[in-house]
Design a protein around this ligand. Structure first.
Ligand code: SF4
Ligand code: SF4
Length: 337
């Protein structure tokens, strides 16, 4: 059995803000099955493909006993990125690598303490229900906006998860008390009605999905009309949340905005392949690809009816990407209603 006191110190020393421990017990299938059956996963087929592993971590690490949940606050309000159309979490270095590096350092040190220990780690990529584990570990709860909400940092947090095949001496007591109460601010503020109650998000209507995961086709018009200075991810349901009123500045330079977060929609729509290669690799924006990022920025120009974008939009009507061409034609029509 591993003592949690030195593990907590270790988690802090490698850079995590919060850490908690949960027993590796199976997760009841109701929530995820209902969400999948309702079609809320849109075309993210990978969400439904490894459900058995998502519900039982023993399938990921035979003999699993403990799930460690790590939290990092990422909120910053640097002047250079005020007004950026990119969601806050994606403005700095790719958080996957930041949290992975921290977890790697943690894992190495724990294995030194306990040679032969079996582990399985994930940062938003493995078939793990990270919010469920963070809640079981006692670090917070899932709010009506579907985000994981902590007491010290609100929902401006990123999660990492590590499974161990050993027990620890102190486990979390389950989700923190629900602090949403009668508030419905996020549900009322979501521009597309993607919050369908009980912390469930209909990805089909969510602008985070549409800006990042919808990479092959045009975004349905009803949703692209909501691309109001928003081209990668959406922070609206976090911005309006009263539990996020007192955010904490994330000091570590890895969370500092990169040069891409200083650009506006016009500059992002006009990115050249060379600028893309200079600015995007190493950030979470790489997931959206060159043409998708430009398509989104072009929609935002159309929504803003930005007169100084006419020259660029006309040029993009002849772009080699069909995705960008069609978006540019649509945006030009918005300029000339
Ligand atoms: Fe709605 Fe935006 Fe929140 Fe998605 S991220 S649920 S679109 S407010
Ligand atoms: Fe909960 Fe209100 Fe925050 Fe939504 S806005 S997550 S209902 S506290």
């Amino acid at each position: 059995m591993l003592p949690t006191a030195p593990l907590r110190d270790l988690a802090r020393s490698v850079g995590f803000d919060l850490v908690g421990f949960a027993r590796a017990e199976p997760i009841p299938p109701t929530f995820i099955m209902e969400w999948l059956e309702a079609g809320f996963a849109a075309d993210m087929d990978w969400m439904g493909e490894r459900v058995a592993e998502r519900l039982d971590v023993d399938r990921l690490l035979p003999g699993a006993r403990t799930v460690i949940s790590f939290v990092n606050n990422y909120w910053r309000d640097d002047e250079v990125s005020v007004g950026s159309p990119i969601a806050r979490y994606a403005r700095g270095r790719d958080y996957h690598s930041t949290l992975r590096d921290r977890m790697k350092a943690f894992r190495k040190a724990v294995i030194r303490m306990s040679p032969g220990l079996g582990t399985y780690g994930s940062v938003d990529s493995g078939p793990l229900m990270e919010k469920v584990w963070a809640a079981r570990a006692g670090l917070g709860y899932v709010g009506k906006n579907g985000c994981f909400i902590t007491e010290p940092y609100g929902s401006w947090v990123l999660l990492a998860t590590l499974i161990l095949d050993a027990e620890v001496d102190d486990y979390g007591t389950g989700p923190a008390a629900d602090r949403c109460g009668a508030c419905r601010r996020c549900l009322m503020s979501c521009p597309t009605g993607a919050l369908v109650g009980n912390g469930r998000v209909d990805a089909r209507a969510c602008l985070s999905y549409q800006t990042i995961e919808n990479r092959e086709q045009q975004v349905p018009e009803a949703f692209r009309l909501k691309f109001d200075n928003l081209i990668f991810g959406c922070d609206i349901c976090q911005q309006v949340c009263p539990l996020n009123r007192r955010p904490v500045f994330a000091e570590h330079p890895r969370f500092a905005p990169r040069a891409v977060a200083e650009l506006g929609t016009l500059e992002l729509a006009g990115l050249t392949p060379t600028q893309y290669e200079e600015l995007i690799p190493g950030t979470a924006l790489a997931r959206a690809r060159y043409d998708v990022l430009r398509r989104n920025a072009v929609y935002a120009l159309g929504v803003a009816r930005q007169a100084d974008s006419r020259y660029l939009l006309e040029k993009l009507c002849g772009d080699s990407s069909e995705l960008v061409r069609t978006a540019a034609q649509w945006a030009l029509c918005k300029l000339d209603p």
